[in-house]
Write a protein of this length. Structure first.
Length: 355
């Protein structure tokens, strides 16, 4: 017997309402258009767009929730399959191919990033996996793992030493390894070390070597320095500053060094969800104050800011039309003034040119 999983995961992934953001911020002038052209034969559709990224050639990658994962019940265990797809489009937005069709870890997407070598990294929060594809679309590395089955009822106690009260650790800290609980984002430092925002269930950042060996993690549930509510996004600048979008009830971006030492925080941006950092000598941080999926009348704006927290301007609001946004979960900013913005609620990618 097969049943669709409830939409509870989608709701809990987006929990937390936007707070009041900075007033009197200059309004940026923009042009916006639908970024993608789907096949004429209607064989491919976009679902909830949870990730969008570009490579050095201008190709566009979109990870989206095209269906609902389904569960096969057998005895006392449930086996989950399917529900997310990774598409490639060319620089003009024309559909090219699907990557990773029926991949083992594709279930309920949370993002896609492209590293400096044009490898494509998929973040899937239901399979708890980070999957690396090379530019040819071949799977070359996995972080995390998907459980073979879920006992029914679920186990009530975590192994000793793991995060949470059951494991006698700090709530949300997770285990000191690469077993994730609904990860949300990934990034890399100049040496190629990998940083995972482990993020929706746990409340930590996990660090790995470029070869995928676990190094350390930091953070747990809380409101203090170095603590998180929901780790929604992560980026690193050329100086090794780690910017972590701490959404939910904390409404801030925290900044760390690459060893997890707290440096400072940035507030006044509402409820930050998607973040993107441009390259170069004077990087720009783009941040979405994302509206909840059940209210298109609040928040929704995208902020442009310096890495010291100085806000330069904003554009957009919640809504369904072009230049409006519905639950932004992804921003690509390879070009400082040309953004690709992925929307969960509006099932689309907007190409935004900032003047």
């Amino acid at each position: 017997m097969k049943r669709f999983l409830p939409l509870l995961l989608a709701a809990t992934a987006l929990a937390g309402f936007p707070a009041a953001a900075q007033p009197n911020v200059p309004i940026l002038q923009i042009d916006a258009a639908n970024a993608l052209t789907m096949p004429d034969d209607l064989s491919v559709y976009l679902g909830e767009v949870d990730g969008v990224a570009t490579d050095s050639k201008g190709n566009i990658y979109v990870y989206n929730r095209t269906g609902h994962p389904f569960v096969t019940l057998g005895g006392a265990r449930a086996f989950a399959h399917g529900g997310a797809t990774l598409y490639q489009f060319n620089k003009d937005g024309k559909f090219v191919r699907e990557i990773g069709h029926n991949a083992y870890g594709f279930m309920f997407g949370n993002g896609v990033r492209v590293d400096p070598q044009d490898n494509i990294w998929v973040i899937d929060q239901m399979s708890n996996m980070i999957i690396k594809f090379n530019p040819n679309g071949q799977q070359v590395m996995l972080l995390g793992r998907k459980a073979e089955a879920i006992p029914i009822p679920a186990r009530g106690a975590a192994p000793a030493g793991e995060g949470g009260a059951a494991g006698r650790g700090q709530p949300g800290a997770g285990a000191q390894n690469d077993v994730f609980d609904r990860p949300s984002d990934v990034t890399w430092d100049a040496q190629g070390n990998i940083y995972v925002a482990d993020g929706q269930g746990n409340a930590r950042v996990a660090k790995f070597t470029k070869d995928g060996a676990f190094v350390k993690s930091w953070g747990f549930k809380g409101t203090g320095e170095g603590q998180f509510d929901i780790v929604r996004g992560i980026q690193i600048d050329a100086q090794g500053n780690v910017y972590v979008a701490d959404g939910g009830n904390n409404h801030r971006i925290q900044v760390f060094d690459t060893d997890g030492n707290f440096k400072r925080q940035i507030t006044g941006l509402g409820n930050p969800q998607a973040i993107c950092l441009t390259k170069g000598a004077n990087p720009i941080l783009w941040v979405s104050n994302t509206n909840p999926p059940n209210n298109f009348d609040v928040a929704g704006e995208i902020y442009k800011m310096k890495t010291d927290g100085t806000v330069l301007g904003k554009f957009g609001r919640a809504g369904k039309m072009l230049k409006e946004f519905g639950t932004v979960n992804a921003i690509d900013c390879r070009n400082e003034n040309t953004l690709y913005i992925g929307e969960i609620a509006n099932l689309r990618v907007q190409k935004v040119v900032v003047h």
